[in-house]
Design a protein around this ligand. Structure first.
Ligand code: ME8
Length: 618
C-alpha cells in the first residue's frame, strides 16, 4: 500500500500558531503510522505565497513579496523541524517548477475546453484593489476603507465548474470516504446540489502570481495555484514522485473552513484535466482558546513553540491529538494541558516505565520476556490500527492508554516488591509491554518513544511491534515525563497568562471606552516640523523631520493632498512619540502627527499659542 498525506499550504501572512501546528502534527502522526506499517509513505507541507494580500503585506513592510515570503516560509520550515514534523518535502508556490506545472495544468484545462474568457463584474474597492461580494459590503461601503465601492467589469478567465456538478455529486455518493467527517460531507453536498456557477480564475488587477500562459496581463487565481501544489509536488524529483498514481491513498488534511475549495473546486479541476482525485478530504475542526476565537487583536494567539519549550514537544503533540476527536472543534485551555500532562503522561505512562525500571535496578535483575503476553495486545493493536486508518488519533491513544493502565494494574496486583513474587517474570512482562508501547507511541511522540526504548536498553529501529521473547538491559534514566508540581504550574500559568490579559482588555473595550491609564500610555508631544519632502511614487505621503526639543524624528504622514512640503516648515503639531516604528513605502516612520480629515480636506493639529517643542501634551 502507498499513502500520501498533505497539510494545507499556509499563507505566509504570519508565523505558525497552534492551529497550523495542529493540522501538521495530525498529518505527521498519520504519516509516521503508515511508515511504521511499512507502507510507502509521502508527507507534504508548504506555504502559499501568491496573491494580492501577501503582496500588500510585503509592501507594508517595505519589502519585495519574494523576500517577505522567504522570511515567513523559513519560519514555517524551522517550526516544523522543532515540532518533529517529518515531512518529505516542503513546497512553496513560488518554486519555479511548481509555477511551470501550474501553467501546464492551465493549458490542459484550456485544451479540454474548460476555460473561457469572459468578464468579471463586481464591486471593486480601489484602495483595496479588490472585488467584494454584495454580502461583504456594509451599507454599500468597503469594510476596510469605509468608502463606497464601484461597480467594475474586468476581463477574466472562467473555469466551467457548472459542468461538473453532477459528476461531483456522483463521486461523493459513490465514495463514502471522499469527504470526512460525515457532517462536512453533507454540507459540501448541499452546496453543490444547490447549483454551481462557473469560477472566475484569473485576475488582471495585480501581478504577484503565476501568469496565465500566453496572456501575461492575467495572473492565475491564487486558489488554483495553491490547490495544485498537492499534485505538482508529486511531479518533481523528490521522494513524493509517483504518489499521485492510481492506487495511492491520497489524503488532504484541512481545516473545515476551506472544505469548499478542496472538495468542490479542486476535484472539479482534476476531473477536467483528466487526473485522478484525492481519496479523502478530511476537514478537521477549529481550536478556540479559552472559549474564544484565536486572533491577533484578541491577543490570545498560542505559540506552539513556547509551550513546547516550557514542557516538551511531545507533551504538546500528545495533548492536541488526545484532547479532541479529529473532526470536532476544540478549546485550548492551559490548565487542561497541564492536567492531562500530569495525569496521563507523568502518572500513567511515566510511572509505568519509571517504577518498572526502578525495581529492576533496585533488585539487580536481568529480566526477559516470556513467549506470551499477559496483556490483551491483539485487541489493542486492532483498535489502534482501526482508529488510525479511520483518522482518529485520539481513539488510538485511548487504546494505548487502556494497555498502560492494564500494565499498572498488573504491577499493583502482582506486587513484585514482595520477596516471594516471581519478580523476574513479572517485570519481564512489563518491560516487554513498554517496548511494544514505545513502537506504537512513536507516531505520536517520536522523541519520547526513542528515549523510552533507550531506557529499556533495546536498541532497535522503528518497527511494527510484535510480542517476542527477549532480554533487556534497562537503566534508570531521568523520568520520561517529570511531574509539573504546584509551584511550577502556577509559574507556568502566570507566564502563559498574558494571552488572557490581552483578551480581557479587548473585552473591556467593548463599550468603546478606555480607562485613564490606557490614555496615559500615549506619549503626546509638541513637535516642530523642520524638513518636509514628497515620498517617491506615493501621491498621498510626505516624509517629515520633526524636532522634539533636541531629539529629531522622521515620520511619514498621509497629508500630501492638503499641504505643500514647504508650507509645513516651522509649524508646530501634536506628535505621538511612543508609537512603534513602521516602514511605509520603504521609509521608516518613527511616530505619528495628529490631523483631522483626509485627502484635500485635512487639518493638522495645532496649538493656539507658542509652546516649546518637546512639551508633553495631556
Ligand atoms: O487557508 N484551529 O492558509 P492558512 C484549527 N493558504 N486549525 C487551524 C486554525 C484553528 N484555529 N487556524 C488555522 C490557507 N488552522 C490557504 C490554504 S491550501 C491549498 C491553501 C489550520 O494559513 C487549518 O488547517 O489560513 C486551516 O485550514 C489552515 O490552518 C489555514 O491556514
Amino acid at each position: 500500500m502507498s499513502f500520501y498525506i498533505t497539510t494545507p499550504i499556509y499563507y505566509v501572512s504570519d508565523v505558525p500558531h497552534i492551529g497550523h501546528a495542529y493540522t501538521t502534527i495530525v498529518c505527521d502522526t498519520l504519516a509516521r503510522y503508515h511508515r511504521l506499517r511499512g507502507h510507502k509513505t509521502g508527507f507534504l507541507s508548504g506555504t502559499d505565497e501568491h496573491g494580492l494580500k501577501i503582496a500588500r503585506m510585503a509592501e507594508e513592510r517595505g519589502m519585495q513579496p519574494k523576500a517577505y515570503a522567504d522570511k515567513i516560509a523559513e519560519a514555517y520550515r524551522s517550526s516544523w523541524k522543532a515540532l518533529e514534523i517529518s515531512n518529505d518535502d516542503f513546497i512553496r508556490t513560488t518554486d519555479a517548477d511548481h509555477e511551470a506545472l501550474v501553467q501546464e495544468l492551465w493549458k490542459t484545462l484550456e485544451k479540454n475546453g474548460d476555460i473561457y474568457l469572459g468578464h468579471y463584474e463586481g464591486w471593486y474597492c480601489v484602495p483595496c484593489e479588490q472585488f467584494y461580494t454584495e454580502k461583504e459590503l456594509v451599507d454599500g461601503n468597503c469594510q476596510v476603507h469605509k468608502k463606497p465601492v464601484e461597480k467594475v467589469r474586468e476581463e477574466s478567465y472562467y473555469f466551467r465548474l457548472s459542468k461538473y456538478q453532477d459528476a461531483l455529486l456522483q463521486h461523493i455518493d459513490a465514495n463514502p470516504r471522499f469527504i470526512l467527517p460525515e457532517s462536512r460531507k453533507n454540507e459540501v453536498r448541499a452546496f453543490i446540489a444547490q447549483g454551481l456557477d462557473d469560477l472566475s480564475v484569473s485576475r488582471t488587477s495585480f501581478t504577484w502570481g503565476v501568469p496565465v500562459p500566453g496572456r501575461d496581463n492575467h495572473v492565475i487565481y491564487v486558489w488554483i495555484d495553491a490547490l495544485s501544489n498537492y499534485w505538482t509536488a508529486t511531479r518533481r524529483k523528490t521522494q513524493l514522485e509517483g504518489l499521485w498514481d492510481e492506487g495511492v491513498e491520497v489524503v488532504h488534511m484541512i481545516g473545515k473552513e476551506i472544505s469548499r475549495f478542496h472538495a468542490v473546486f479542486w476535484p472539479a479541476i482534476l476531473m477536467a484535466a483528466g487526473i485522478r482525485l484525492p481519496t479523502t478530504v478530511f476537514c478537521h475542526g477549529w481550536w478556540t482558546v479559552d472559549g474564544e476565537k484565536m486572533s491577533k487583536t484578541a491577543g490570545n494567539v498560542i505559540d506552539p513553540l513556547k509551550l513546547a519549550s516550557d514542557i516538551s514537544v511531545d507533551a504538546l503533540r500528545y495533548f492536541v491529538l488526545r484532547e479532541v476527536p479529529l473532526g470536532a472543534d476544540g478549546d485550548f485551555n492551559h490548565e487542561a494541558f497541564l492536567q492531562r500532562y500530569n495525569s496521563e503522561l507523568a502518572n500513567d505512562l511515566g510511572n509505568l516505565v519509571n517504577r518498572t525500571l526502578g525495581m529492576v535496578t533496585k533488585y539487580a535483575l536481568t529480566p526477559a520476556s516470556a513467549s506470551t503476553s499477559p496483556f490483551n495486545l491483539a485487541a489493542a493493536f486492532d483498535a489502534y490500527a482501526r482508529a488510525l486508518d479511520d483518522f482518529q488519533p485520539s481513539k488510538a491513544l485511548e487504546a494505548l492508554w487502556a494497555l498502560v493502565r492494564e500494565g499498572n494494574t498488573y504491577i499493583d496486583q502482582k506486587a513484585p516488591w514482595k520477596p516471594e513474587s516471581p519478580r523476574v517474570e513479572i517485570l519481564g512482562n512489563v518491560l516487554e509491554l513498554c517496548r511494544v508501547l514505545s513502537h506504537l507511541l512513536e507516531p505520536f511522540m517520536p522523541e519520547r518513544a526513542l528515549a523510552m526504548r533507550d531506557q529499556l536498553g533495546v536498541d532497535e529501529p522503528t518497527a511494527w511491534p510484535a510480542w517476542q521473547p527477549r532480554s533487556f538491559s534497562p537503566r534508570v534514566g531521568t523520568p520520561l515525563f517529570p511531574r509539573v508540581e504546584e509551584d511550577r504550574k502556577k509559574e507556568l500559568l502566570e507566564r502563559w497568562r498574558p494571552h488572557k490579559k490581552a483578551a480581557a482588555a479587548v473585552e473591556e473595550k467593548a463599550d468603546g471606552l478606555i480607562s485613564f491609564e490606557e490614555f496615559g500610555k500615549l506619549d503626546l508631544r509638541v513637535a516642530e516640523v523642520v524638513a518636509a519632502e514628497a515620498v517617491p511614487k506615493a501621491k498621498k505621503l510626505l516624509k517629515l523631520t520633526v524636532d522634539l526639543g533636541g531629539e529629531r524624528r522622521q515620520v511619514v504622514a498621509g497629508i500630501a493632498g492638503a499641504y505643500e512640503p514647504s508650507a509645513l516648515i516651522g509649524r508646530k503639531v501634536i506628535f505621538v512619540a511612543n508609537l512603534k516604528p513602521a516602514t511605509i513605502r520603504g521609509v521608516e516612520s518613527q511616530g505619528m502627527i495628529l490631523a483631522a480629515g483626509e485627502a484635500e480636506i485635512l487639518g493638522l493639529s495645532a496649538l493656539d499659542r507658542d509652546v516649546p517643542a518637546g512639551t508633553k501634551v495631556r
